[in-house]
Design a protein around this ligand. Sequence first.
Ligand code: ZN
Length: 155
Amino acid sequence: MMTKHEWSVVCAEALCREGVENFHPLEIADVGREALHATSRSRTRLKAPELSLLPNAITLCKLLCELREALPVGPILVNSWFRDFDYNYRIGGVSTSMHMTCGAADITKVGWLPGEVAEWFDAHEESKQLGIGRYQMFTHIDIRGKLDRPAPARW
Ligand SMILES: [Zn+2]
């Protein structure tokens, strides 16, 4: 299993190769972050993603960079991006969660309301390939249609 440091190095190299400058590997996967199950109180620590999932992370990075550049420009803050199976289970995520593919993130954009972020994605030229979840404090965005999953999805 990759350590936090190994993940940071391998992912940073991939981001650099792809010209992604605004995201850090630990925003994609905060390896070692603890999850606590609500009822059983069992714990787990977030594992690094399989490297085969890196292209999904890169695709989502590029979409989030577009959102960053949309006027008015502002940083994207990541609440939650990759979750391994065990981590996802303990935080109560659905068993088919796109977060397990590296192709989903819960985000906010500084200066924008979550609803404005959701509307921007809804108006995007690739919106039919996207999953968009509206929450009070953040927006869920995923690239399900690019990963051969049924799309679009809205909630
Ligand atoms: Zn989400």
